[in-house]
Design a protein around this ligand. Sequence first.
Ligand code: GUN
Length: 298
Amino acid sequence: MTAKIIDGKQMAEDIRGEVALGVKALTAATGVTPGLAAVLVGEDPASAIYVRNKRRACEEAGIFSETFDLPETTAQDELLALIAELNADARFHGILVQLPLPPQISERTVILAVDPERDVDGLHPLNAGLLLQGQPRFVPATPAGVQEMLVRSGNDPAGKSVVVVGRSNIVGKPLAALLMQKAEGANATVTVCHTGTPDIGAVTRCADIVVAAMGRPRAITADMVREGAVVIDVGINRVEDASRKAGYRLVGDVDFEPVSEKASAISPVPGGVGPMTIAMLLKSTLRAAERAAGSREA
Ligand code: GUN
């Protein structure tokens, strides 16, 4: 079997178009323009690219966006002071602090400082708890993007066996909570594998849908996937490649070519989950603005 490619780039474009329409409708009805504040601490090149792409996507969708660049040496209290200002700034309905943060800053303290009503990343324990209890408010953008990709590609997870490989707070755990809910586009039987799982392949081979989110280049090999499975690759890893001008290329957590000979559908890297993450962040920012404007209850 040769897998159908799940084109995250095209889906993300569609979603960004839908968000742009939602922004227009909200502004027409209430006069409110959704706004996103992105905070970037330090000079990590990958983080800088993510933040730039997020800002561009906001502009295209009609969302006001401002990036706050702080030096690598920023003290935790300085960052907390900025977050307090942003929490009180009515222009910003969403606040995103790009992770990872430098070692002198506690991610946990920062995540707790963001107003849960502006936490479009869905990382605050209140939002994580609401998701776990089946009342999602702000869902982290990557898991939300994975769910949307499954549904839009005709692979509704309902009734399926989904194996998530990876248990991070930003992808694996919220994705498991999202797909196991009794709700549309979910209702799956979810298993989570991680570094403590003795034989990951033995578990993934039973899956109708495998989601690779462990951050190890090409770790999901063809022998770990059953014929006809659907494979979503969340990984973005830089591997050395002397033939490229940059000296590296991006690969996912899935050994793409051999796995695509076995799977029925697969998402590529790049052009899969990455663009969807940005699109879902815009969707959450619109939702935050709608909630603030009182045009949405839940
Ligand atoms: N770093 C990598 N992915 C993300 C994300 O989705 N949100 C934030 N805030 N930081 C990240």
